[in-house]
Design a protein around this ligand. Structure first.
Ligand SMILES: [Zn+2]
Ligand SMILES: [Zn+2]
Length: 278
């Protein structure tokens, strides 16, 4: 198996969807599995986290990096088969938001009346950590020294209501940049370009069509056209547009695919279940 792979477990944004019109790009919300040099990291815990590859369930320990705590990025956590397993350990990293640390954010979400039980009721051992600007993860997903040779994680603040962390993961000579739920504003763009430059794979939010954009410009996302232009500008070697709008059917995304490819060769709409070799 390829040592450097990114698997899209959920490509939908805002709300999960189901039905015959969503089969190709999928209905599960944001979740990505990154494997660099054989070491794994999960990005976000949308409903895609409910369907991880079976071999992942055997890992004694896994890191989960959260971009932010909006519900479409957390809903898969309490029903993830990995956290249903006693003996498993999940190391959760998230930046402070609204005065809440990682643990407080999850506890607010997983508590009555929003959810019947808290994280303590889940069989796995879940541990919480602040997400710093730079972090090295060892094979168990725990913070380690640079010399330990694990995955390097860099993060920077994006533009999204309530805040979001943009993530860059490096290892095995490859790099993956995750920019979901972030508007590439004129103010942010220079720093975002530096952050994403020359990455092996860019995953960039492109929720809206050009027609929808004027009404949706304040929601903290991008048009798919802007996402593709950004992918080209930062010279990403491969790119996928993520966080598909829940009202965008397979037919709508298929119809825009050629335009995206023309704007940025190698750029496509992410598909749930797709495994991308770096
Ligand atoms: Zn979202
Ligand atoms: Zn969000």
């Amino acid at each position: 198996m390829d040592d450097n792979t990114v698997t899209i477990l959920g490509a939908r944004g805002s709300m999960s969807v189901s039905g015959a019109e969503y089969l190709r790009y999928g209905g599960a919300t944001t979740c990505v599995l990154v494997r660099l040099s054989g070491k794994s990291a999960l990005l976000d815990a949308g409903t895609g986290l409910m369907n991880p590859p079976p071999d992942l369930l055997d890992a004694p320990s896994l890191p989960l990096l959260l971009t932010h705590a909006h519900a479409d990025h957390l809903l898969g956590l309490p029903l993830c088969p990995y956290v249903m397993r006693r003996g498993a350990r999940l190391e959760v990293y998230a930046a402070r938001r609204g005065g809440l640390d990682a643990e407080a954010q999850i506890r607010r979400f997983l508590s009555p009346p929003l959810w019947p039980v808290g994280p303590d009721a889940l069989p796995a051992d879940i541990r919480f950590h602040d997400l710093p600007a730079e972090l090295y993860l060892d094979a168990d997903g725990r913070a380690a020294s640079r010399e330990a040779g694990g995955i390097r994680v860099a993060s920077m603040a994006g533009a999204h209501p309530g805040g979001v962390s943009l993530l860059r993961l490096e290892g095995g000579g490859k790099s993956v940049v995750f920019m979901t739920d972030c508007t590439l504003t004129a103010a942010l763009r220079p720093a975002a370009l530096d952050f994403a430059r020359d990455c092996s794979l860019l995953l960039c939010d492109g929720q809206y069509s050009d027609e929808e954009w004027p009404e949706c410009a304040g929601f903290g996302h991008n048009s798919w056209r802007d996402a593709a232009k950004f992918a080209r500008e930062c010279r990403a070697r491969q790119a996928r547009i993520v966080h598909h709008d829940p009202f965008h059917t397979d037919a709508m995304l298929d119809a825009a695919a050629a335009e995206i490819e023309a704007l940025c060769p190698g750029c496509a709409f992410a598909r749930e279940g797709e495994a991308i070799s770096l």
